[in-house]
Design a protein around this ligand. Structure first.
Ligand code: PRX
Length: 637
């Protein structure tokens, strides 16, 4: 691809044409996949519910695996896996096919049927994509729960799906420690009674608790599995998976993705954005537990017959050169990571990169949070050797695939560090004001999508009203993303982060309400308010303001208890950075906590309009508590 950037030429005209007739545009893309039965209608649109490729039948597992058996792909590596201790595995497409079939047969033997939910609470091991593809093969709906979540968060997600089967491993591994996943599952199941059967993948010889009749060992069950299970022809709108994500209330949202639309969308966008081919070695550093992992580790690269690299580890363990070593070792061509990871590695310095040959890289990606221009430049220069375009990809769990991004697989337009550039073809994105009217160039507003697209969520599991309410009621006829954005004079998009009560910690999406309810469940807490505070590495960190119940004394002991509580309820990713004790929280007259004011105080910004504030003394108290905190922090330096 070289290092040249071409002028925008007819690209913008092409984008306009694509989004003016979305049905023929997406039908052309859909015909690139193999369908068991052709669709009857490209789109049935009853706002806000879309049925893409209605009447069509296909199967995700067939497309990601079986299809590759009929070409030279059969004996190429589908999946390389490595862990932080340097253990490795490699599976050819044929071997992946074998494993997926046997796993699917095991699920059948356990009584799993089409439409049943299968909860996957697993570390980053090859069995996770295998379990996803096996579920998809028989039409079961997988719901992966990130293995960094702890028991309460896992229980909430299980209870929403009322799943009966859960797959886990005895342990996860992180920075040389074992994470006791099975033990967390045992705790969880006290709160999630629908689960009848648990399959455990053994990775260690450590003792674990086994409950007879409920817990089964994978290596034993798989002995009775068949080598082949017919891939179930599924309706295009059959749900492929449910993935929970945080919203503005404490209850996570079960984002439901279709089979046909989701696969078509990911197949198309992965070609445009990453120029993926069967020669690509693709490494996305996300965990499979997030949407990035679903689309970018499993479905999109495998649809394309690429080689996927899966790494169970962190960027700086055993040392900050580990990622560069892996790129060199496998000859990675596409590297896709988060701004948090790049900021962290940037802090360790270029020295760590110098020992490694990164010349195999062709395209670099960034996702999950805004990337600062200086971090972008560092990535471009030091990792990409000023040869590789950076695709800063904007998307969400709900969008299923990349929506706004450079698309060097199609046309390499000039890049601007910090901008996600232009919407992909067929995507009608706009920035609007409070009334839903497009704002002029350079003005900040809300990012919306004005036409349906195949990767869009079908809805929220068992909650169509909440789906309508959250995404389609704010602006008439438009999908509300929840993000602030701006377009510049050339139509390039700049994303400024969330406009709602969602925060992004190291690129992980967390709801303030979810963290607040974890804090409030501590028996000595009366009320809590959570906000995100900008952080130079993680993007944002969590700050908690707490009102204690009478008779409890603020201090380090309770601060530690609160932190422990949040870690136990949600997981280590939600660990608060700061906990402050106050007697009152700033609220409106109707009792809503004004987090905006708390945020202004900790960021030392003007607090703005306080006409709706019930009691001005509350904000004065927050100010003085925070001043004292800053003073103490300074004195510790
Ligand atoms: O705020 C945006 C931010 O991440 C949110 C979606 O989070 P999640 O559903 O966890 O999916 C993340 C990975 C697809 C968005 O609403 N976001 C995502 N990508 C970018 C981004 N912010 C700025 N630039 C991006 N490239």
């Amino acid at each position: 691809m070289g290092g040249k950037f071409y002028p925008v030429k007819g690209y913008i005209d092409f984008l306009k044409a694509a989004s003016s007739d979305i049905e023929s545009f997406w039908a052309r893309e859909a015909s690139k996949l193999e369908w068991f039965k052709h669709w009857d209608r490209v789109l049935e649109w009853e706002e806000p519910f879309a049925k893409w490729f209605a009447g069509g039948m296909l199967n995700a597992s067939y497309l990601c695996v079986d299809k590759h058996l009929y070409s030279w792909h059969k004996n190429k590596v589908a999946l390389y896996w490595e862990d932080e201790e340097g253990h490795t595995k490699a599976l050819s497409y044929f071997q992946l096919y074998r494993e997926v079939n046997r796993f699917a047969s095991m699920l059948r033997n356990l009584g799993v049927n089409k439409g049943d939910r299968v909860v996957l609470y697993m570390p980053m091991i090859p069995e996770l994509p295998i379990a996803m593809l096996a579920s998809a093969r028989i039409g079961a709906i997988h719901t992966v729960v990130f293995s960094g979540f702890s028991s309460q968060a896992l229980a909430d997600r299980i209870n929403d799906t009322s799943a009966e089967i859960l797959i886990t491993a005895d342990f996860g591994k992180r920075r040389g420690r074992l994470i006791p996943l099975k033990e967390i599952v045992d705790e969880t199941l006290k709160l999630a009674p629908t689960i009848k059967k648990v399959v455990v993948i053994r990775r260690t010889k450590e003792a674990i608790n086994i409950e007879d009749g409920r817990d089964f060992m994978y290596h034993e069950l798989i002995k009775d599995a068949e080598n082949y299970v017919e891939p179930e022809p599924l309706e295009s709108c059959h749900p492929l998976y449910i993935l929970y994500t945080s919203g503005t209330t404490g209850k996570p949202k079960g984002v439901m993705h279709s089979t046909g639309g989701y696969l078509v969308y990911n197949y198309a966008t992965y070609k445009w954005v990453f120029d993926i081919s069967d020669e690509s070695i693709h490494w996305c550093t996300a965990d499979v537990g997030w949407v990035t992992g679903h689309s970018s580790i499993v479905y999109a690269p495998l649809l394309h017959g690429a080689t996927v690299l899966m790494f169970e580890g962190t960027p700086d363990y055993p040392d900050p050169g580990v990622w560069w070593r892996i790129i060199e070792k496998y000859g990675v061509t596409i590297f896709y990571t988060s701004p948090t990871a790049i900021r962290m590695l940037m802090r360790y310095g270029e020295e760590w990169l110098k020992n490694y040959d990164l010349s195999s890289l062709k395209i670099l990606g960034s996702v999950g949070e805004p990337i600062n221009p200086e971090v972008w430049r560092w990535y471009y220069k030091n990792v990409g050797g000023e040869r590789c375009p950076i695709v800063d990809t904007w998307w969400q769990t709900e969008t299923g695939g990349i929506m706004i991004s450079p698309a060097p697989g199609m046309e390499l337009i000039p890049l601007k560090p910090g901008s996600v550039t232009l919407p992909l073809p067929g995507i009608d994105a706009e920035v609007v004001d409070e009334e839903g009217k497009p704002v002029s160039a350079g003005i900040k507003g809300y990012l919306v999508i004005r036409k349906p697209w195949p990767g869009m969520l079908m809805g929220l599991y068992r909650d169509p009203e909440r789906y309508r309410e959250v995404y389609w009621s704010r602006f008439k006829g438009m999908y509300y993303t929840g993000d602030y954005a701006m377009k510049d004079e050339e139509g390039y998009f700049w994303i400024f982060g969330r406009a709602d009560e969602v925060i992004k910690v190291a690129g992980h999406r967390l709801g303030t309400a979810e963290i607040e309810s974890a804090v409030v469940s501590a028996p000595f807490v009366a009320e809590a308010a959570v906000i995100g505070k900008p952080d130079p590495i993680k993007g944002e960190v969590i700050v908690v303001f707490v009102i204690l119940k009478e008779g409890h004394k603020p201090g380090d002991e309770l601060r530690g208890e609160i932190i422990r509580h949040v870690r136990e309820h949600i997981g280590p990713i939600a660990t608060p950075d700061e906990v402050h004790f106050v007697a009152k929280l700033p609220k409106t007259r109707s009792g809503k906590i004004m987090r905006r004011l708390l945020k202004a105080v900790i960021m030392d910004k003007p607090i703005g309009d306080i006409t709706t504030l019930e009691d001005e003394a509350s904000i004065e108290e927050v100010k003085s508590v925070y001043e004292e905190f800053k003073h103490i922090m300074k004195s510790r330096l």
